[in-house]
Ligand binder design. Structure first.
Ligand code: 5GP
Ligand code: MG
Length: 185
């Protein structure tokens, strides 16, 4: 792993693939034991969540359904504060246990909107699994139930997360170099 350039920005290695996969496995075991016989519907949040959704659900050893929503609140490296729905919450969550699977909670705005949209469909319960969580960036009262890694307020890419369309395919996580230099990560 070494420094990479996406568009005009440099990113440095941050969390190794093996560290991520080990943590994903731990989360899956925790989810399995918490839900026991009551398999949840896994509601994956696209697009950034696609790698985490695939890896996590494949390690949960109970027959879960996997469905998706697609929303965006982000442009470049800054949150834009509004939500655009491309794929909305499916009706089949009604009266079911729902496990939301998200790549990252930053301000919490997207999750806040998703929880409101879910509420309308009256699920039996809702829990949140997020690979990454930035507690210092949080502006909405979101409490994730399963967190892969709590990280500082810095911009990361890889393992599904992009910078303007690039970087999703990288198996490990990278962080913006100038934020490391500024002591943020
Ligand atoms: P929020 O609504 O919590 O502010 O932001 C959530 C969305 O913003 C995430 O689902 C993700 O798509 C994007 N996002 C937030 N922080 C980062 C980051 O550090 N890197 C990338 N690539 N996307 C981020
Ligand atoms: Mg996301």
């Amino acid at each position: 792993m070494s420094t990479i350039t996406l568009h005009n920005k440099s990113f440095v290695p941050y969390i190794k693939e093996e560290t991520i996969l080990k943590r994903v496995k731990e989360l899956a075991k925790q989810i399995e034991s918490d839900y026991k016989q009551e398999s949840p519907i896994c509601l994956g949040v696209l697009t950034g969540g696609y790698v985490f959704i695939a890896d996590l659900t494949r390690k949960i050893n109970t027959p879960v359904q996997v469905v998706f929503v697609k929303m965006s609140s982000y442009s470049g490296t800054q949150s834009v504060g509004s939500i655009d729905w491309q794929l909305s919450v499916p009706d089949l969550v009604t009266n079911k246990h729902v496990l939301v699977i998200e790549d990252i909670i930053d301000t919490g705005l997207s999750m806040q909107h998703l929880l409101l949209a879910l509420e309308v469909k009256k699920p039996k319960s809702v829990k949140i699994a997020t690979l990454l969580y930035k507690p210092d960036a949080l502006q909405y009262p979101i409490k994730p139930d399963y967190v892969g890694f709590s990280i500082p307020k810095a911009f990361v890419v890889g393992y599904g997360l992009d910078y303007d369309g690039l970087g999703r395919h990288l198996p490990e996580l990278y962080v913006l170099q100038k934020e490391v230099e500024a002591g943020k990560a």
